[in-house]
Design a protein around this ligand. Structure first.
Ligand code: PLP
Length: 398
């Protein structure tokens, strides 16, 4: 009898499982649309020029690697906060906004979740239906019960806004609502700004706690535009949690670059929150790593590098948009009469394509084209070389 005798085999992560299947596929024409990663027009994971320049600068100096402060590199935190609230934010100046360097967006969510469980143990957590698959598991692991609020309407390929708002209106004060601040994963469907205003007003009126997840800032309409929702919650003086990720926007997935930002009512409150979140971090991983954070901080705090990064981000955003148009156009050319224009309105890297599980399976088995069973495809994995084959294959399974 071993202590592991009763350990059950956990189910495979659906997306990583798909990757394994893709890697084992020997067809040279295979395409992986299942991933949540941005690839360039050549199908490669890009290394951004801004990152290369910063790393070359770093390589010129010998840099000792002492422990970082628990909350991370101060200039990184300041830069990450400015991306969300703007450089001249009143909240930042008043010391009411806290930012902690975190191990990616996931790390930011986890620290936020653990801290929320400490201060608000009886709350329930609500995530969109559907949501990024790790949201549920992460908040459940932190000890919360997680429910779904209505979000996606398959019949319109859009948002079921009335149902979403009506659901939020039923929640008790203190409950936690996870919201995708832009570029909703997996659907690509975002509320309009007017709808966001209604969501924020409901959250404020009901005393709910919003946790804004922003993993794709810059992939929607631009860095500033995509942060409008965060600024809206700040303007309404709502105590808000924000998890940012730079994994995609810097193409630094493996460096684990993210941040947790918490908006407080006063400087005095922020000081107390700071002291407690530091304990949460200290007991998780003590303090964050140096390299990725240093690179991102150099880019965020240097005008030239920032401009370089912003233009590279714009290039990524434009390329995804052009692939959305190309896909819709090529489906028409392949004789598809079904209207796919909704793909053009979706934001960010993903599209809920409307493909059924059976169609997704046929794509995989007959054409070596891998999408998630839900019909989610990563538009950022399309490129001029594979788009014809993908459009033709989709047309053939519809
Ligand atoms: N939140 C959402 C909505 C995401 O899509 C992702 C990544 O796919 C994350 C958080 C996690 O980001 P990171 O890889 O930086 O941990």
């Amino acid at each position: 009898m071993s202590i592991f005798s009763n350990v059950e085999l956990a189910p495979r992560d659906p997306i990583l499982g798909l990757n394994e299947q893709y890697n084992a596929d020997t067809r040279p024409t295979k395409v992986n649309l299942g991933v949540g990663v941005y690839y360039d027009a050549e199908g490669r994971l890009p290394v951004l020029k801004a990152v290369q320049i910063a790393e070359q600068e770093l390589a010129k100096k010998v840099s000792p690697r002492g422990y970082l402060p628990i909350e991370g590199i101060a200039t990184y935190d300041k830069g990450a906060q400015a991306l969300l609230l703007g450089k001249d934010s009143e909240l930042s100046k008043a010391g009411r906004a806290l930012t902690f360097q975190a191990l990616g967006g996931t790390g930011a969510l986890k620290i936020g979740a653990d801290f929320l469980k400490q201060i608000n143990p009886n709350a329930n957590v609500h995530i969109s239906n559907p949501s990024w698959e790790n949201h549920r598991a992460l908040f459940e692991r932190a000890g919360f019960t997680v429910n779904n609020y209505p979000y996606y309407d398959a019949s319109t390929h859009g948002l079921d806004f009335a149902a979403m708002l009506a659901y939020l209106d039923t929640l008790p004060a203190g409950d936690i609502v996870i919201l995708h601040a832009c570029c909703h994963n997996p659907t690509g469907v975002d509320p309009s700004f007017e709808q966001w205003e209604q969501i924020a007003n409901t959250i404020k009126a009901k005393g709910l706690i919003p946790f804004l997840d922003i993993a794709y800032q810059g992939f929607g309409d631009g860095l500033e535009e995509d942060a409008k929702v965060v600024k809206l919650f700040a303007r309404l003086d709502i105590p808000t949690f924000v998890s940012s990720s730079f994994s995609k926007s810097f193409s630094l997935y493996g460096e684990r670059v993210g941040a947790l930002t918490i908006l407080c009512a006063s400087k005095e409150e922020a000081d107390r929150v700071l002291s407690q979140v530091k304990r949460t971090i200290r007991t998780n991983y003590s303090n964050p790593p140096t390299h990725g954070g240093t690179v991102v901080s150099m880019v965020l705090n240097n005008e030239e590098l920032f401009a370089q990064w912003e233009s590279e981000l714009a290039e990524m955003r434009d390329r995804i948009r052009s692939m959305r148009s190309a896909l819709v156009q090529k489906l028409k050319e392949n004789g598809v009469t079904q209207n796919f224009d909704f793909v053009l309105a979706q934001r960010g890297m993903f599209s809920y394509s409307g493909l059924t599980q059976a169609q997704v399976e046929r794509l995989r088995n007959e054409h070596g084209i891998y999408a998630v069973n839900s019909g989610r495809i990563c538009v950022a994995a399309l490129n001029p070389k594979n788009i014809d084959a993908v459009a033709k294959a989709i047309a053939s399974v519809l």
